[in-house]
Write a protein that binds this ligand. Structure first.
Ligand SMILES: *Cc1c(COP(=O)(O)O)cnc(C)c1O
Length: 363
């Protein structure tokens, strides 16, 4: 069986360094908000070329903290792609804001910048972009719209650590970015983790406080905050793995290129990219009208796949109030997508076998 993602293999490459770092934390006797957080935050801020990085418990919290940090709440609208992982939309709902869904561009699967402006009302406060599947959103038009209507741009960077648009990394393409370090992400820890990146001093200060019970210094509480912190062991592991992120993303690009040059099957639609550096291939998503048949076929051929995602957020039971809305492009994508294995530790043999299998799919 070719695994979709062999996390043991991925992480075992750094075993010596991560073991040492974990031991260091254990021996320090200091487990939360300490030296490792400071070091990782500094290094990740530098990697994204932003002034601030604030560690937190997970990616959903990161987005949540940004919205809370800006003080958006009931009655406020936030524009968000209909084609995303549900966490993006949950972060908006959790703050009492209204998610206003926008269809994607069928070429990039990211939010279609041409469909944003007519969704803006007096209540609109922000545009939340998602660099989906690892490809940075083409921001130019969105920057102009945000400026014209004085809207904040919030980035969901959970799938696109290191992706570049206009010489800037994700996390530095808007007013604030939320990252997830869930184990399966391009930069993942050994549990849950996340962070916020921003150049906004006031926002950074506020988010740091909210994430720590609303406390600006110990036992002095200025917000009704939450507990969302990145623990020291995870920060240390991330600091080790960050050094290898660009190299690993480059390996993903090579595999994606091989797939795109060698998969030839009229039943399959391959993903497109407008610029090599813009994409870090968190997942390699192909489309097929006979998705379920292809799924079954690949399983039979001992190739493990994942579907990102089978049900659109507006069709989920959790969003009953949205179930009657129609987003035909989003729905088509959810009906047709399959993600092939792509990871920095795959062997040439595995990659070739996957290409062969996909090419031999007769439908
Ligand atoms: C993974 C993911 C999240 C949530 O991150 P968690 O760390 O699991 O909370 C949010 N948005 C997108 C697009 C994701 O892929």
């Amino acid at each position: 069986m070719i695994k979709f993602l062999d996390l043991y293999k991925i992480n075992n490459r750094f075993r010596k360094e991560t073991d040492k770092r974990i031991r260091h934390v254990l021996d320090s006797g200091w487990y939360i908000l300490g030296e490792q957080n400071k070091i990782f935050e500094k290094h990740f801020a530098k990697f994204c070329d932003v002034k601030h990085c604030i560690g937190c418990a997970n990616g959903l919290d990161a987005l949540n903290l940004i919205i809370r940090g800006y003080g958006f709440g009931k009655g406020d609208e936030i524009i968000v792609p209909a084609n995303t992982y549900i966490a993006t939309i949950l972060a908006i709902s959790q703050n009492g804001c209204t998610p206003v869904l926008v269809e994607p561009d069928i070429n990039t699967y990211n939010i279609n910048p041409n469909l944003i402006e007519h969704k803006i009302t007096k209540k609109t406060k922000a545009i939340m972009v998602v660099h989906l599947y690892g490809q940075a959103v083409q921001m130019n038009k969105i920057w102009k719209i945000a400026k014209k209507y004085k809207l904040k741009i919030i980035e969901d960077c959970a799938q696109a650590h290191g992706a570049i648009y206009n010489n800037k990394r994700t996390g530095n393409l808007g007013d604030a970015g939320g990252f997830s370090f869930y184990p399966g992400k391009n930069l993942g820890c050994f549990g849950d983790g996340g962070c916020v990146t921003t150049n906004d001093d006031a926002l950074a200060k506020k988010i740091r406080a909210i994430a720590n019970y609303g406390s600006d210094y110990k036992y002095h509480n200025i917000y009704k905050g939450i507990n969302s912190r990145l623990d020291e062991i995870q920060a240390g592991i991330l600091d080790v793995k960050l050094k290898y992120l660009d190299k690993d993303n480059e390996k993903r690009r090579k595999i994606a290129q091989y797939y795109r040059e060698n998969i030839q099957n009229s039943k399959i639609v391959l993903p497109k990219t407008y610029n090599e550096k813009s994409h870090v291939w968190h997942v390699f998503v192909i489309r097929c009208k006979q998705r379920d048949k292809l799924n079954e076929y690949l399983n039979k051929n001992n190739i493990q796949i994942v579907i990102h995602y089978p049900i659109a957020p507006h069709k989920q039971i959790a969003y009953k109030e949205y179930n009657n809305l129609s987003f035909p492009i989003t729905e088509m994508i959810h009906n047709e997508v399959i993600s092939l294995p792509i990871s920095p530790t795959m062997t040439k043999k595995e990659i070739k076998r996957i290409v062969e299998a996909v090419n031999n799919f007769k439908g």
